[in-house]
Design a protein around this ligand. Structure first.
Ligand SMILES: Nc1nc2c(ncn2[C@@H]2O[C@H](COP(=O)(O)OP(=O)(O)OP(=O)(O)O)[C@@H](O)[C@H]2O)c(=O)[nH]1
Ligand SMILES: [Mg+2]
Length: 359
């Protein structure tokens, strides 16, 4: 699962990338116009895992993971010009976006628009994405005319569906409504899935407030489906992320920071792209596994190993809080807090799952 970091030139994308991933990419280097993409994987910080580790003292601890890509070279005009091949490839491959925007003044950091205005900056990037999607829709509409004439009776239903769908997408985009705001049926979503629409992907607006503590809602409102707004102190968080383990701990304790602000940002972006975690526990390993929200117990089993899905009998499920409060699995069982669930059980975020299976 991958999130693409986008934003205007010099909007502090690479700084945020370094903060989120602990990487050490050079910042302040203008690379505008040239495509560069760097990917790094990070652990999703999860206090629930830490609590389970304290209880089980396992030999190994594994957190859920998410990747970030620093996609440089995206600026004003890309939508109109059409996204070129390599850009398209980078951008299509992500499951969601982190749009970085600046809300701090610093004369040594020039802004491409000449002033600080996060609302305007977000509107510029959004306009490019809306336009890129509109170009895609219009191309498809043109070809659809020909497909209608050629369609056999068997293909009719599919063509009819598209005939209903594409003009709706066009209208929305022309009205500057991102496609994620539309209520599309599963069948319609399947049709759109081959086109990697940018405005269909989840969007986290991340405002770099420099040294200031600020409420994101006071800077801008962004009321769209599958979207969120958060703030980050970019440079500070980057410096903290680049400290080694013990130094980092000292720093956080020194400033009485309970956890780095970016942990929250990582968690928001993880759930925004439709992911949740379930856990497996034991003396060998405490592990967080990534699962789509709305997935079933047998899908959870398959995430661990395909054998567990094939031979699935039942899943023993207990909420992590119940487990912690009863001091372990034995206690939770004795208290009747461990449930036996079948294949179709919808796994919930924070479930501890133990799969019983046959090989
Ligand atoms: N004062 C201040 N400067 C910052 C902060 N965060 C980043 N910067 C500076 O902003 C400049 C641009 O940062 P980058 O992270 O390179 O921005 P970018 O969006 O990756 O730039 P391009 O990839 O060239 O488009 C650098 O000089 C950073 O040091 C911050 O919180 N406060
Ligand atoms: Mg950069």
């Amino acid at each position: 699962m991958k999130l693409g970091i986008i934003g205007l030139p010099n909007s502090t994308k690479t700084t945020v990338f370094n903060a989120l991933t602990g990487s050490n990419r050079p910042v302040g280097k203008q690379v505008t116009g040239k495509l560069e993409a760097f990917t790094a994987m990070v652990d999703v910080p999860d206090p629930r895992v830490d609590q389970l580790v304290a209880l089980f003292k396992p030999r190994k601890t594994t957190y859920a993971k998410v990747s970030y890509v620093d996609i440089a070279g995206l600026g004003k005009g890309v939508g109109r010009a059409g996204l070129s091949g390599p850009f398209r490839n980078q951008i299509s491959a992500v499951d969601g976006f982190v749009q970085v925007t600046r809300d701090f003044a610093d004369p040594t950091v020039p802004h491409p628009e000449g002033s600080i205005d996060p609302v305007r900056d977000v509107a510029i990037m959004d306009a490019e994405f809306l336009l890129a999607d509109l170009v895609t829709v219009e191309n498809r509409l043109e070809r659809l005319e020909k497909d209608i004439q050629r369609a056999s009776n068997r293909d009719r239903p599919a063509v009819e569906l598209e005939l209903g769908l594409w003009p709706r997408l066009q209208q929305a985009l022309e009205a500057e409504i991102p496609l994620r705001d539309l209520e599309l049926t599963p069948a319609e979503l399947r049709v759109t899935s081959g086109y990697s629409f940018l405005t269909l992907k989840p969007m986290l607006i991340l405002i770099n407030t420099g040294d200031q503590d600020q409420n994101p809602e006071q800077i801008l409102t962004y009321r769209h489906a599958n979207s969120a707004v958060a703030t980050i102190k970019g440079k500070l968080e980057m410096e903290i992320a680049q400290l080694g383990g013990p130094e980092r701990q000292d720093f956080l304790e020194g400033f009485q920071i309970s956890e780095p602000g970016l942990n929250r940002v990582i968690r928001i972006s993880y759930s925004l792209i439709g992911l949740q975690s379930f856990f497996t526990v034991g003396e060998d390993e405490v592990r967080a596994w990534t699962l789509r929200q709305g997935a079933t117990a047998v899908e959870a089993a398959g995430t661990i190993h395909s054998d567990l899905a094939h031979g699935f009998i039942r899943a023993e499920v207990v909420n992590y809080l119940d487990l912690l409060q009863s001091g372990g699995l034995a206690g939770a069982r004795a208290a009747g807090l461990v449930r036996l669930e079948g294949k179709e059980y919808l796994v919930r975020d924070g479930d501890i799952v133990h799969v019983r299976f046959n090989v």
